[in-house]
Write a protein that binds this ligand. Structure first.
Ligand SMILES: Cc1cc2nc3c(=O)[nH]c(=O)nc-3n(C[C@H](O)[C@H](O)[C@H](O)COP(=O)(O)O)c2cc1C
Length: 316
């Protein structure tokens, strides 16, 4: 079972091949640090629109926060113009990150309507130009893709991404317009892996150690990326590591979940990234999966400010 192991992406060394996925409104600095403590080998910022970085949008500047504990770190970006990427590549701030990941998979209409995210899958030449521009500045560059608008296209897109010089590729095997209720079709990860030489990270429907074992054996991918499985559940990384050591998985107790949520609150305060909408969303996800969870969640959702939340977790 030698699936979990250290990994390299370009010159970036990862202690293991378990990736925390980029997630809008979830993977802020505090949440990333929490997942790293539980064993995640790699993490990314949430997707950030290049144009917002160039305009020094205040909300965006918060999303760009990183720390010495937050390593290795990928900055995930998306955008519409190659020229924006050219400007970004020259900013000092890109050096705060170990690699730059180009989001070519976001299906949100707000993003595709701006000709970014999964819209780019219909324009592989543009993706290639974006990669080349970042590589010209000696940056480590990866891309995260969905299958595109037709499944048969994914291998062609993956090959063009490799040819442009990308150092690794993440495949989330759903079509650009498919929702999470449709199972991720891992066979496309295998097909991509067979056709490209760069590391391929498999993503989609991984929630446990058993899922990790299955995706490695079915696809031969080099690393695995977890998104929903980590929301309110940063322990997923520790549990996967435990599973590969002992063959066993464990149910978590209310105490463990609350302890971890408290750690999250301490980190958001430390990094001054308090955002009530986000804390409520994550808190609601921590308060799941034990007896009495729904009552506790209802109470939690009525809290009005950060101090009330601190008081609530102290008393639980
Ligand atoms: C709340 C949420 C936010 C997401 N935001 C991003 C994002 O910022 N960038 C990105 O590439 N994918 C984003 N995704 C997609 C995930 O990274 C991942 O590809 C997808 O959820 C499939 O993985 P999973 O089955 O482990 O959830 C998001 C998913 C969720 C649930």
């Amino acid at each position: 079972m030698g699936y979990l192991k250290p990994m390299r992406i370009g010159n970036v060394r990862l202690k293991n091949n378990l990736f925390l996925a980029p997630m809008v409104d979830v993977t802020d600095l505090a949440f990333r640090e929490l997942c790293r403590k539980q064993g995640a080998g790699m993490a990314y910022t949430e997707m950030i629109y290049v144009d917002a970085i160039l305009h020094e949008n205040q909300k965006t500047l918060k999303m760009l926060k990183t720390s010495i504990e937050d390593k290795p770190i990928g900055l995930q970006i998306t955008g519409k113009n190659v020229s924006e990427f050219e400007k970004l590549a020259k900013l000092d701030l890109v050096n705060d990150y170990d690699l730059i990941d180009i989001n070519c998979g976001c299906p949100s209409i707000r993003i595709t309507g701006n000709q970014a995210g999964s819209y780019l899958l219909n324009h592989p030449n543009k993706i290639s130009d974006m990669i080349k521009i970042l590589k010209n500045e000696n940056l480590t560059v990866t891309a995260k893709i969905r299958l595109g608008f037709k499944k048969n296209n994914v291998v062609k897109i993956a090959k063009s991404i490799e040819k442009a010089g990308a150092d690794a590729l993440t495949v989330h095997p759903r079509l650009a317009n498919q929702g999470a209720s449709i199972p991720a079709d891992w066979k496309w990860i295998k097909k991509v892996k067979q056709e490209v030489g760069i590391p391929v990270i498999g993503n989609g429907d991984i929630f446990s150690g058993k899922d990790v074992e299955r995706i490695f054996s079915e696809t031969d991918c080099d690393g695995v990326m977890i998104a929903r499985g980590a929301i309110g559940n940063p322990f997923v990384f520790k549990e996967i590591l435990r599973y590969f050591k002992t063959g066993k998985e464990k149910e978590l107790s209310l105490e463990e979940k609350i302890k971890s949520f408290k750690q999250y609150l301490v980190l958001v305060k430390k990094h001054q990234i308090i955002d009530m909408g986000r804390i409520k969303y994550l808190g609601g996800n921590f308060l799941k999966g034990f007896d009495g969870a729904s009552k506790l969640r209802e109470k939690f959702m009525r809290l009005k400010n950060f101090d009330e939340i601190l008081e609530f977790v102290r008393k639980v």
